[in-house]
Design a protein around this ligand. Structure first.
Ligand code: DOR
Ligand code: ZN
Ligand code: ZN
Length: 358
């Protein structure tokens, strides 16, 4: 048995408000605790998207009454909130910009709106982007010209990680994350998963892309699940939405890599605790830790999971290393399959951050 600090997942979709049949603050934060995460940063592509004060208040109220682990909430950059969203910056863990088509309506078209959002957002608050291929080059250039730090979500391809390495080499304040699914799956897994279940953005890439992520882990700041739950029937139906659940499998996958000597525990702690906390300016969670059985071998089964989506792309995989107990702010929050803290136990870390910054 070993102890890790409480893990932080900087990229999670909890679907509240608007699509709580997929997930809500209760089920999603239960899944987080079961996966060893004591804090999650949640994305704004909800229904409605979190782009203004009423929608942010709606998400804050749901989180306050339902979250079981700690959380921060991202605001979304839209075409219609360029002038207004920065007034809410102190209540959010960052601004999320979507430069490519994914799930939901929050895609930014054109250069001007991207420039204005980056220029208007407070320089000391994080900006995260979904930007693939040439969108990534555009986002990096604009952040550079406006001297803003930029966090690049779910880097998935060889040419993208090479571009980020180059950007870091010349000293620009760019950070990035990779997902377990891009580290452990490739496009060759799509036939086995089925076409609908295999849909995710960024798409599963080639084996060469996956290998490039592993080979460039030194420039990867964070692991992030991009937990994007859609129900099994939605994934198997007409017009399957893109996204994979990941909160309850990420740590097992990463610990398996540790057991195989492909990663060290320090590598994991830096990318799942130290760096997310630093990049998003999160306060320390006191008396918070995760107890792990490094020798336990287990088989991934969606049937025992806490997420509401009822499937996983890692079904049947044998993993080594399992979460036994999670203690959050001196309270036993999870033990051997059971969630032990009630909805409402989780705290909003965005506003605490703000108090510390002031
Ligand atoms: O596959 C994805 N699903 N990629 C995204 O960027 C959004 C996410 C979702 O919200 O379902
Ligand atoms: Zn994304
Ligand atoms: Zn996402």
């Amino acid at each position: 048995m070993i102890r890790l600090p409480g893990l932080i997942d900087p990229h999670v979709h909890l679907r509240e408000p608007g699509a709580t049949h997929k997930e809500d603050f209760d089920s999603g934060t239960a899944a987080a605790l079961a996966g060893g995460f004591t804090a999650v940063l949640v994305m704004p592509n909800t229904q409605p998207p979190l782009t203004d004060e009423p929608s942010l208040k709606q998400a804050q109220a749901a989180a306050k009454s339902k979250a079981r682990c700690d959380y921060g909430i991202f605001l979304g950059a839209g075409a219609d909130n360029v002038a207004t969203v920065s007034s809410l910056a102190s209540q959010a863990c960052g601004l999320k910009m979507y430069l490519d088509q994914t799930y939901g309506p929050l895609r930014l078209e054109g250069l001007a709106v991207l420039r204005d959002h980056i220029g208007n957002w407070p320089a000391d608050r994080p900006v995260a982007v979904h930007a693939e291929g040439r969108s990534l080059a555009a986002a990096l250039l604009i952040a550079t010209l406006y001297e803003r730090p930029l966090h690049v979500c779910h880097v998935s391809r060889k040419d993208e990680i090479a571009l980020i390495r180059k950007t870091k080499e010349i000293g620009l304040p760019v950070t990035c994350e990779v997902t377990p699914h891009h580290l452990f799956l490739t496009e060759d897994d799509v036939p086995k998963l089925g076409a609908g279940r295999g849909e995710v953005r960024p798409r599963l890439a080639t084996a060469a892309d996956r290998d490039a992520l592993w080979a460039n882990l030194d420039v990867v700041d964070c692991f992030a699940t991009d937990h994007a739950p859609h129900t099994r029937s939605e994934k198997d139906g007409e017009d399957p939405p893109p996204g994979f659940p990941g909160l309850e499998t990420a740590l097992g996958l990463l610990l398996t890599a540790v057991s195989e000597g492909r990663l060290t525990l320090d590598d994991l702690i830096i990318r799942s605790h130290t760096n997310p906390r630093r990049i998003f300016g999160l306060p320390e969670q006191h008396e918070t830790f995760v107890e792990i059985d490094l020798d336990a071998v287990w088989e991934v089964r969606s049937s025992g999971m806490h997420t509401r989506c009822d499937w996983t792309p890692f079904e049947g995989m044998r993993l080594q290393g399992q979460v036994r107990r999670v203690t959050l702010r001196n309270k036993l929050a999870y033990a051997d399959g059971e969630i032990l803290v009630p909805p409402g136990y989780g705290k909003d870390l965005s506003s605490v951050t703000h108090q510390q910054i002031k």
